[in-house]
Ligand binder design. Structure first.
Ligand SMILES: Cc1cc2nc3c(=O)[nH]c(=O)nc-3n(C[C@H](O)[C@H](O)[C@H](O)COP(=O)(O)OP(=O)(O)OC[C@H]3O[C@@H](n4cnc5c(N)ncnc54)[C@H](O)[C@@H]3O)c2cc1C
Length: 400
């Protein structure tokens, strides 16, 4: 075991490279795209030209044996802005969904199409949630029915990042309703497939540059080859479950498990942005004839922020390493995501307090960071669902 949190030369270069993009391109544009509540296409295109948005970068990061390259890069990008960051990283959830369940050929065919090229940027979306199936993923109703060589999908997905504007949608659907959550499978819906459309686009509290919408599937016909993992694997799995033998985790859960460390890293990026801003502000702002940082209540808050952010990052890095090199034992992915989300919400709220009236206005970025931070208590498993996963892992009991 090595406790020195030293990054390799390559990782330090990537960190600096992504930080430069976040500082020069993302952060200056953050307020504008937050107000516009639209996908920041020019910035995604710029990221694609630089190689920050694209399958090659993701593939390189995913091959890194330490697992740390991705969270390190993600923290820097989200330090720039979480809304724009989600627009750039949102395709990663679709890519993770394909990587979690797909065959090698499917991964090679579809993951690059979640990103496109520098000249023709494409997006991916991962659609699991439904109006009556958020935390309770088992309650998914979207149905996939075999029809000859094809599958036909019907249902409504909701709160989907890049939903309806993505080129590649990965959809989790029920193939055998009698088997509950173990009767789910994941499908790729190829670009421009008839029967897939965008429903309501949501106006949100934070990460407003990231598109979130319903995805409506009406007799959406896709080729048999779009079943991730292929028919033999599915039939084998369903047969095992029908015989009462243990089956794999839910298709959606496998994806969320894999992405939790980098979602935690997103939250840390937001928390660090607020901490750094508040630290500088507290040194510059003078009240009662001295910088406000000279008051212990302010300085101690900043000390706690620095400590909490470091603690959260260590949990995220541990989870990222375990995720790559071993399996999680005590829900370390959930611990990392839960802690990072809480730290982001708390740090950004404290940053508003340190900035006082200025912190409460849209002239300063901390109110946006606070709005953005709240999503980390909600998506990819709420705070309570992470607690549920952790409590089950540590107790071995079926906590409800
Ligand atoms: C901006 C945004 C982007 C999103 N992107 C995607 C996406 O790309 N793809 C996708 O599939 N989904 C996406 N989601 C959906 C997201 O994952 C869900 O919102 C989330 O899982 C929570 O589900 P819910 O909203 O139905 O809340 P509910 O499940 O209704 O939960 C409501 C409250 O009850 C609590 N609760 C529920 N069950 C329990 C329990 N058993 N024990 C204790 N407390 C419980 C929850 O913690 C929460 O506080 C996104 C959501 C948002 C807001």
């Amino acid at each position: 075991m090595d406790f020195s949190p030293e990054l390799s030369e390559d990782q330090l270069q990537i960190k600096e490279w992504v930080h430069g993009f976040a500082e020069k391109v993302v952060r200056p544009a953050a307020s504008e795209w937050d107000e516009r509540e639209e996908t920041p296409w020019p910035i995604i295109e710029e990221a694609a030209k630089l190689g920050i948005y694209g399958w090659n970068f993701m593939a390189e990061a995913m091959q890194d044996p330490t697992g740390l390259t991705l969270p390190v890069a993600v923290e820097e990008l989200f330090w720039g802005d979480a809304g724009i960051g989600m627009s750039i990283m949102g395709s990663g959830l679709a890519a993770a969904g394909i990587a979690a369940s797909g065959t090698q050929e499917q991964i090679m065919e579809w993951v690059p199409q979640c990103y496109g090229t520098a000249d023709k940027v494409m997006l991916g979306a991962f659609a699991a949630s439904e109006p009556n199936a958020g935390s309770d993923v088992a309650a998914i109703k979207t149905r996939a029915v075999r029809d000859g060589d094809d599958w036909v999908l019907n249902g409504t997905k909701t709160w989907i990042s890049n939903g309806g504007i993505a080129d590649v949608h990965v959809v989790v659907a029920v193939v055998d309703p009698e088997l509950g959550s173990r009767g789910h499978a994941s499908f790729v819906v190829p670009p421009s497939t008839p029967g897939l459309s965008q429903g309501q686009k949501f106006k949100k509290h934070g990460i407003r540059a990231s598109h979130t919408a319903e995805v409506v599937l009406e007799d959406c016909r896709i080729p048999g080859s779009c079943l991730l993992g292929g028919p033999e694997k599915l039939n084998e799995r369903l047969a095992r479950i029908r015989e009462g033998k243990p089956g794999n985790a839910q298709a959606a859960m496998q994806t969320f498990e894999a992405t939790r460390p980098s979602v935690g890293a997103q939250a840390i990026g937001v928390a660090r942005a607020a901490y750094e801003y508040a630290l500088q502000y507290a040194q510059d702002r003078v009240q009662f004839g001295r910088p406000i940082i000279k008051n212990q209540s302010i300085a101690f808050t900043l000390a706690d922020m620095a400590m909490e952010i470091d603690a959260a990052r260590l949990l995220v890095w541990r989870a990222a390493w375990l995720g790559r090199n071993q399996k999680f034992k005590n829900a370390e992915g959930s611990m990392a995501k839960l802690k990072a989300g809480r730290v982001a919400v708390w740090s950004t709220e404290r940053a508003i307090q340190i900035l006082g009236g200025n912190g409460y206005t849209r002239e300063y970025p901390v109110e946006r960071w606070h709005r953005d931070s709240k999503i980390y208590d909600i998506f990819e498993g709420t705070e309570q669902i992470q607690q549920l996963v952790i409590s089950r892992a540590i107790s071995g009991l079926r906590i409800e």
